[in-house]
Ligand binder design. Sequence first.
Ligand code: NCD
Length: 306
Amino acid sequence: MKFEGRDIVSIRDFSREEIEHIMETTRVMEPLTKRGATMLQGRTLATLFFEPSTRTRMSFESAMQKLGGNCISIADPRTSSVEKGESLADTVRTVENYADLLVIRHPLDGSARMAAEMASVPVINAGSGAEEHPTQALLDLYTIQREVGRIDGLNIAFVGDLRYGRTVHSLAYGLANYDTTIHFISPESLRVRREVIDEVGQRVKVSETRDLNEALPKVDVLYVTRIQKERIPDPEEYEKVKGTYRIALETLRNAKSSMIVMHPLPRVDEIASEVDMTSNAKYFRQMWYGLVTRMALLALCLGAVE
Ligand code: NCD
């Protein structure tokens, strides 16, 4: 198992053993969020974000700094030469001179793969179109492991926009490495993509439904997602599906008391704020797990830990 110099483009590039090694490294990072470390001193991270972000970009930058490294950033492409028409390829060719690792988010599927092929330094995909968001999947797996104590044997339900939600695709691929049952719950027009269900369905049990209440009583992990308004080609279609699912206290009554509720965030209206105070709600904790997961990934890809 070798991580130094490696790109993280798709969760599918990682075996169960490698995912477990990342989670073990993440555990070691937990105490360092307070204490800090110097293992990445002198190393530079560049974050290139061509789409909005709060958590992903800031947690990567915070992770780098907590390990003693430093960061440079394009947080808003309007302030970079992209605004003058510079291509992604030329932007990557430029920034690799200034940084030891690139973290990139871009609206096009395939963008991170292209950047990784071009760059001489490791590239981490922080969201490529509607396709994948592998580091989110790793932090989601870590959240389940830490909060439930295991991943094997669980029923996981995805609810909301399963067609355009890239976090859903990556996490479903990740969960397919474990003995899990996956329930996909969505409106008809936002059903999970065929290629995802085909691949995941070869490895674990899957079901598809529109009815949240039907699936809910057996669910151990409820993974709620935002309807990806910006990726739905037809505004009328968005109007039809918005607000389809809303998780409220009432919804939880029909669920196991131990069920955990996760969300990659940002939420719009799919989880009522009254759920925040329940012991089921793990989406705030999930953000902290994101920080420690990204500390582990930076340390691994830059060769500071084995
Ligand atoms: C997600 C994303 O960007 O795909 N956010 C995140 O990284 N936590 C989810 C979303 O935007 O709905």
